[in-house]
Write a protein of this length. Structure first.
Length: 142
């Protein structure tokens, strides 16, 4: 019997999620142990927040955030410049048939979270979020 095919958007498979986490953990170790000779990366601590792997496991998008969020564009540019070096170290650390090509991107979720927190701190929004005492206006006064 054939499986019914869903027509909606599908998320990543378990295989992609496992491979992404494997790559993420290995990249954290590489960034912790290896010295990448680039002025934009000197003394910068990089957080790897997520790795999304394509279904064929040959390409990976790595979302990174420099500590403090400063100079993110320069850091991402430098990481993309040295992606082959990082991929070489990654290939020795993970047990996969193919070592994925790495494409680094800045993780915008931290900026979005800060923007949302700022919105919630607005007094006009805060008044809508605080519970109001129940009103007795619905009762008829006879």
């Amino acid at each position: 019997m054939k499986r019914p095919q869903s027509k909606g958007p599908q998320g990543p498979s378990q295989r992609q999620l496992r491979a992404g986490e494997l790559v993420r953990h290995a990249l954290v170790e590489i960034f912790r142990e290896e010295e990448i000779n680039d002025p934009a990366l000197a003394g910068v601590s990089v957080t790897v927040t997520e790795v999304r792997v394509n279904p064929d496991l040959r390409h990976a998008t790595v979302f990174v955030e420099p500590l403090g969020g400063e100079h993110a564009d320069e850091v991402v540019k430098a990481l993309n410049k040295h992606s082959k070096f990082v991929r070489g170290h990654l290939g020795r650390m993970i047990d996969m048939r193919f070592t994925p090509d790495l494409h680094f991107r800045h993780d915008e979720s931290f900026n979005e979270a800060a923007r949302m927190a700022k919105l919630f701190d607005d007094p006009r929004v805060r008044q809508d979020l605080t519970p109001q005492p129940p009103s007795d206006s619905w009762k008829d006064e006879d």
